[in-house]
Design a protein around this ligand. Sequence first.
Ligand code: SF4
Ligand code: SF3
Length: 555
Amino acid sequence: MFCYQCEETLNGKGCTKVGVCGKKDDVATLQDLLIYTLKGISFWASRSRKLGLVDEKADLAIIKGLFATVTNVNFDPSRFVEYIKEDLEIRDNLKEKFLNAYKKRYSKDFKEDIPDCANWKLKDFSKETLLSKGADVGILSDKIDEDVRSLREFMIISLKGMAAYMDHAYILGFKDDELFAFVEEALDASVRIKDVNTMFDYVVRTGKVGLKAMELLDRANTSHYGNPEPTMVNIGVRPGPAILISGHDLKDLEDLLDQTKGTGVNVYTHGEMLPANAYPYFKRYDNLVGNYGNSWWMQNKEFESFNGPIIMTTNCLTPPSESYKWRVFTTGLVGWPEVKHIPDRTGNQKDFSAVIKMALEIGKGPTQIESGKIPIGYARNTVLEMADTITQMVRDGKIKRFFVLSGCDGRFKSREYYTTLATKLPKDTVILTSGCAKYRYNKLDLGQIEGLPRILDAGQCNDSYTWIATASKLAEIFGAESVNDLPISFDLAWYEQKAAFILNVLLSLGVKNIRLGPTLPAFVSPNILNVLVEKFQIKPNGNVDTDLEMMMQGK
Ligand code: SF4
Ligand code: SF3
């Protein structure tokens, strides 16, 4: 196996025997083969579109396949075998439809060279056969220039992040054909493009189109659940049977709350589900108690003390301990061998009855690990509504600088950088955050500036769009030419591919001086890093004091 898609990759280079995340060699190889299969579907899908032929099944398979390979989503080899099998069928159906349509349109056969990914066949679908094919199609399997590979993988990693946004939006009934078309064009290009400049253009275009995916999900979430509002969310517990729901899927939370209403079962959010507590829609449920625990990497301890069943709706799942594994349920694209899986919706709702039954049988509630309340709900609408007040505070010198500290949390000690930075920031500065990175400082009392919390939490990583919208609005109010002229510093924490995607969107918007940490991506080659430094002055995290001093000077 070879995988270097996340920040915790082994020695900052790549996982080769087993993932630091717990991903095994067979799953990594099957994931490589799934991506290869998606490239094959994309070959036909992008050409079909030119003939006016759109295949929604293919579009969706590509999005779901990309999302399934995101770090800490799915560790179950049998699920990947199924995905590959289904996707090859989708690919071959589309191929047939395309070839017929082509012949009809041009009265001749399609003659273009067909790459192996669009054409390969196997004698059977046993795991062994798939593994032997997968071993030939990994990230390092072809002989290409190191910089082209680096850009290609940066693009694919960004597409994975973008696919997650698109999948969430799709579940809520929102889709945009332009986004599907781009993902397919880009995956197809990833097989053909061998020069640095063209590949670089694709990376930038991924960021540009990606912004639309961010807008789409923002629209999907807010039109379904209302605009998040400033909320003090409870982090303590209440007696009574309980279910913990983690991940990013709000529709799963909606179904669960509907089905637990009146059953006496309490529901707690975990990790990236915390921001759900700020949506007006979810406030109608009395049994939504609040949030339990912290970010993903602390789940082994916290799932243990929760005592009741846990639902993982998306990333980030970590290897479950035997002691609580029986209480874990996966759903959607999440998987772990031998962990119970809640199937997809056949009608309006998923069926969470098995989880509710288990909560009632266990009977007891969670062991209290924290108490009190923390502020959340500073998402796009709220922050934009406050834009004039915030601007005035900047003009009056009450706010000196904003620090966008969005992104992911991670398990290593190096992440203490963000806690130290948050505590050392001058009292007249404000942290803008989203994603699970916030758990490094969101329970610190950093005070307020004239009633405005010094930590404005927009929500999930999926809500990072808030800071792009806010920065554009502030630029407009201040008459600044670009975000780079505002008193805003970006110090992003990354772990998985959604954060790499957000970085790509920011770069495509021309945001400069972004700090990225705790370490730089292994998939960025030295030459490509030089280009990023030259063009965007991107920087690795350094020492907190030096970084802070520089950021205060806008560097
Ligand atoms: Fe390693 Fe990260 Fe890939 Fe897991 S996702 S195998 S930790 S690089
Ligand atoms: Fe977190 Fe996985 Fe990235 Fe959604 S839950 S930000 S790491």
